[in-house]
Design a protein around this ligand. Structure first.
Ligand code: IPE
Ligand code: IPE
Ligand code: MG
Length: 248
């Protein structure tokens, strides 16, 4: 299918965020180990990046590991970390060739050393790329991010470097890890769960939420095009009434 037949290129989300959910259930449905699902999920990540580049989406943020995910069985956590290093190592060349810039949000210093190092290396190597920005959320907690920003704000106020009474939303946003990244217009969560699970709580204030039953390893090109199509049928009102939007 040619994407141009179904997608309005004038109304593309610039930034799409993903809660990549359902790897475990997808694997279980096939009588496989959960890690088999995570490995298949990496293929979906690659296909989504490729499709996003093709149609011209500028930012993708992918929730890959939450601070809460440390509570999973240690074997799964270890498997996920190994998979992360493997994926970064295998894909960094191609990402770089395709002009993809890698960024992360979350406390990556809290990841195992080999993950941290491979991420730093890949970020350094791709830092000047301009075609697409891929933001991986790793060891990420939105509440933690907001709390850290509030702490920084307090420090700046104590040092008299800012006047707290004058702080605007834009100033606060600059203290978040997503500073300089526009808010996502669209959030996609796969696998039927309709919750945010501590992801981008500040940034999603006016994001369109899209939930699909498809498990992440089955979320490929067509599914992404369908989600963008659904987004384009929505009317984003930002608190106004429909007539005001249509006039604009
Ligand atoms: C998402 O799939 C991947 C991560 C959270 C790392 P899950 O592993 O949560 O899969 P389900 O929800 O158990 O099916
Ligand atoms: C959210 O998925 C985190 C990631 C996709 C990395 P979970 O599967 O961990 O979320 P809950 O526990 O179902 O809310
Ligand atoms: Mg899950």
């Amino acid at each position: 299918m040619d994407y141009k037949d179904i997608i309005d290129l004038q109304n593309l989300p610039k930034h799409i965020a993903f809660i990549m959910d359902g790897n475990g259930r997808w694997a279980k449905n096939q009588g496989q180990h959960r890690l088999f699902g995570h490995a298949a999920g990496v293929e979906s990540v690659k296909e989504v990046i490729k499709t996003a580049r093709e149609i011209g989406v500028s930012y993708l943020t992918m929730y890959a590991f939450s601070t809460e995910n440390w509570s999973r069985p240690s074997e799964e956590v270890e498997g996920l970390m190994n998979l992360l290093v493997e994926a970064i190592t295998n894909e960094v060349d191609e990402m770089h060739q395709n002009g993809v810039r890698l960024l992360t949000i979350g406390n990556i210093k809290g990841l195992p050393g080999k993950c941290y190092e491979s991420l730093l290396e890949a970020m350094e190597r791709t830092k000047n790329n301009k075609n697409l920005t891929l933001v991986l959320a790793l060891n990420y907690s939105a509440r933690q991010e907001i709390l850290e920003a509030a702490k920084k704000l307090t420090e700046l106020a104590q040092k008299q470097e800012l006047d707290v009474t004058q702080v605007k939303e834009e100033d606060f946003a600059q203290l978040l890890q997503t500073k300089d990244i526009p808010d996502p217009e669209l959030l996609i969560r796969t696998s039927g769960e309709c919750r945010i699970s501590n992801f981008l709580l500040w940034q999603l204030s006016y994001t369109e939420l899209y939930f699909t039953e498809i498990h992440w390893p089955d979320f490929r090109r067509e599914a992404l095009l369908e989600a963008i199509c659904a987004y384009q049928k929505r009317e984003r009102r930002f608190g106004m009434v429909s007539e005001q939007i249509q006039k604009a």
